[in-house]
Design a protein around this ligand. Structure first.
Ligand SMILES: NC(=O)c1ccc[n+]([C@@H]2O[C@H](COP(=O)([O-])OP(=O)(O)OC[C@H]3O[C@@H](n4cnc5c(N)ncnc54)[C@H](O)[C@@H]3O)[C@@H](O)[C@H]2O)c1
Length: 338
């Protein structure tokens, strides 16, 4: 057990948290959980409130946060030296200043693996819906403008036998590739690391990023949001893609330059896009991308199944519990040692 002068460890959970994770935290002896009451808990805790709460005596040993929380040096400084660990209920950790956390010797947890299959299933859904124009089909029926059958009415693009380019062949990229093998797709991948042996297990072939853009019918970024990947899909990248190409982005909105994407979709530089992530989130209905018939947008819901979110909550809780017990976090953010 991590020493805290006999006082209970205090964990600030910044918003409503699935019962499955809360139960684990509450069962842990000598751990006090502080969580906002409903209805406040349904929304992300405002940054200033989080800062104020962390600064208030007696302070907190752990922060359990979400991708909606910005965790930066200023916030960590307000928490002071009592804070020992930050656990996010997400696999992506671009909302956390990892260097600021490690500088302060904080352990950092995230929730990989448990969402991989759920997210991969959803990506297939977005991919098929976008290629086969399912939202447009639903709309004409609802609007009572279902047109007469005609040879090219509602025609989209095939998924089977398509060439699919995955940018970032990590956990989710591999799971998507595995699913697409069942559609007889040719899988290309690009990544910061080449991993031919692992890629071969899902029939994926390494290509340079420019080749991936030029050869793919469907392009799926699945790399993390970092300084290098911010705006990676810009006008230049779209210009290298096929005019018939479909972009499926379920990673992070910032990876795509949305003005460039709008132009590419409007001008026919690429054919369509399916997006689970945007900038900002929520994206207002007045945004120009929303008005495009060839852009399907859904509200960041790739990991949104009850079972998946409960599993994520349990992992986020177990990371806090491990830190409390003075153990290595079961799911530490890569490159953070504790
Ligand atoms: N829409 C959602 O709800 C949702 C859910 C889960 C994950 N995600 C996003 O998906 C991303 C991937 O998740 P994962 O579990 O597969 O992560 P992962 O770490 O297993 O895989 C990421 C891959 O990207 C590669 N990569 C890193 N930097 C790169 C770069 N600059 N260029 C090319 N490749 C690079 C890595 O080498 C790795 O192979 C997460 O970072 C997150 O942003 C979104």
């Amino acid at each position: 057990m991590a020493s805290n002068g006999g006082e209970p460890w205090r964990v600030l959970v910044t918003r409503s948290f699935p019962e499955a994770g809360l139960l684990l935290l509450r069962e842990e002896p000598n751990l006090e959980v502080v969580i906002p009451d409903e209805p406040d808990a349904s929304d992300a805790m405002p940054y200033d409130k989080m800062k104020k709460m962390l600064a208030e005596a007696p302070g907190y040993d752990a922060l359990l946060c979400f991708l909606t929380d910005k965790i930066d040096a200023e916030l960590l400084d307000s928490a002071g030296s009592r804070l020992k660990t930050v656990s996010t209920m997400s696999v992506g950790y671009n909302h956390m200043d990892v260097a600021a956390c490690t500088d302060r010797k904080l352990s950092l947890g995230h929730t990989p693996d448990v969402l991989t299959n759920t997210v991969a299933d959803f990506i297939l859904g977005v991919l098929i819906a976008t290629c086969r124009r399912i939202p447009a089909g639903v709309k004409v029926v609802k609007d009572d403008v279902w047109g007469k059958w005609a040879p090219l009415y509602m025609c989209g693009r095939d998924v089977h036998h398509a060439t699919v380019g995955i940018m970032g062949l990590g956990r989710i990229g591999m799971a998507v590739a595995k699913r697409l093998a069942g559609f007889d797709c040719e899988i290309l991948y690009s990544d910061a690391f080449r991993m031919d042996e692992r890629a071969a297990t899902v029939g994926a072939t390494y290509v340079e990023f420019d080749d991936l853009l030029a050869r793919s019918d469907i392009v799926i970024p699945l790399c993390p949001l970092t300084a290098e990947t911010t705006g990676l899909f810009d006008a230049t990248a779209f210009g290298k893609m096929k005019k018939t190409a479909v972009l499926v982005n379920c990673s992070r909105g910032e990876i795509v330059n949305q003005d460039a994407l709008y132009d590419a979709l409007k001008n026919g530089t690429i054919w369509a896009a399916g997006l689970d992530v945007t900038v900002p989130e929520p994206l207002p209905a007045s945004d120009k991308l929303v008005g495009l018939e060839n852009c399907m947008i859904v509200p960041h819901m790739a990991s949104a199944t009850v079972a998946c979110r409960e599993d994520m909550a349990r992992i986020a809780a177990r990371n806090v519990i491990a830190a409390h017990r003075g153990e290595k976090l079961p799911h530490a953010v890569p490159g953070t040692s504790k």
